[in-house]
Design a protein around this ligand. Structure first.
Ligand SMILES: NC(=O)c1ccc[n+]([C@@H]2O[C@H](COP(=O)([O-])OP(=O)(O)OC[C@H]3O[C@@H](n4cnc5c(N)ncnc54)[C@H](O)[C@@H]3O)[C@@H](O)[C@H]2O)c1
Length: 266
């Protein structure tokens, strides 16, 4: 775990480096996960891109290698315990260590609650909540054995507040669970060197939200609730991801960093 002496003036650029570190990204084949894999490789990490769409994960790893970085890919379904357990074992065998986990895999199935089926509820819980548990457990046990590591999960502003775009109960529930799992894991693992934080973004234009962004009036309605008067794109999370993954945030754990254009400040 990084610690500084009382009089230390650190080389600030070094605090954001991850040279020689191994970063596992779940849901790395698209959107925010793809961005995270690129960002961490730019500061020296080996990005291990995992996704339930193994082809997309492989494409992202190839993009990173073509850009001069280190990356490999695995098919991994975070909702399937055997897939998570065996993939982390393979990663450990290949890399010897895991320094960073970006828990990004997530889904949303929108429906008015009066029409929401138990099957759809359970699908969202399996990926967004159980998936965070399984990936955190498998990465966390290896980080605890090393005595250091940083986990950054992607929650949502909907983990902090409920919103006007209703009919998304399972998403609100599971993202709030991620925020409090962050705190619980931070408390449980802090004295053994493992930090756990999450990032709570506002609407970012990705495959997950494309149907909203193309819906008449959506952007205008969202804009009215955003003090910064704009929605986002994955690149808007680059700084937050780098900060929480790297030694720059060495004294930060159990925090949910909103990157939301001011949405939750209203
Ligand atoms: N886009 C937004 O506005 C927004 C806002 C807040 C939070 N988020 C969260 O950010 C995360 C990434 O979302 P995104 O917008 O980049 O979406 P995306 O659809 O572009 O990417 C999600 C990725 O997760 C993968 N995935 C889905 N289920 C999986 C599973 N069971 N196992 C492994 N991989 C799986 C998908 O294949 C896809 O590659 C999600 O957790 C989402 O809830 C997104």
């Amino acid at each position: 775990m990084t610690e500084y002496s009382a009089s230390a003036i650190p080389q600030v650029a070094d605090m954001f480096r991850l040279d020689g570190k191994v970063a596992v990204i779940t849901g790395g084949g698209s959107g925010i996960g793809r961005l995270a894999a690129h960002v961490l490789s730019q500061v020296g990490a080996s990005s291990i891109v995992t996704d339930r769409d193994g082809d997309r994960a492989a494409e992202v790893a190839a993009e990173i290698r073509n850009a001069g970085g280190h990356a490999s890919s695995y098919h991994m379904d975070v909702a399937d315990e055997s897939s998570v357990v065996s993939t982390f074992a393979e990663i450990e065998a290949a890399q010897s260590r895991i320094d960073v986990l970006i828990g990004c895999a997530g889904i949303s199935i929108r429906a008015q609650t009066e029409d929401l089926t138990l099957e759809d509820w359970e699908k969202v819980v399996a990926v967004n909540q159980t998936g965070i548990f399984l990936a955190s457990r498998e990465a966390g046990k290896r980080m605890l054995a090393q005595g250091e590591g940083s986990i950054v999960n992607i929650s949502s502003k909907w983990g902090h507040v409920a919103g006007p775009f209703n009919g998304n109960l399972s998403y609100h529930a599971t993202k709030a669970a991620v925020v409090n799992m962050t705190r619980a894991l931070a408390v449980e693992w802090g004295n053994r060197g493992v930090r756990v934080n999450d990032i709570a973004p506002t609407f970012l234009r990705t495959a997950m939200t494309e149907h909203l962004f193309t819906q008449q009036g959506f952007v205008e309605q969202a804009m009215d609730l955003l003090p910064l008067r704009r929605t986002g794109v994955p690149a808007d999370l680059a700084g937050a991801l780098l900060y929480l993954a790297s030694p720059a945030s060495a004294l930060v754990t159990g925090h949910s960093l909103v990157v939301d254009g001011g949405w939750t400040a209203r």
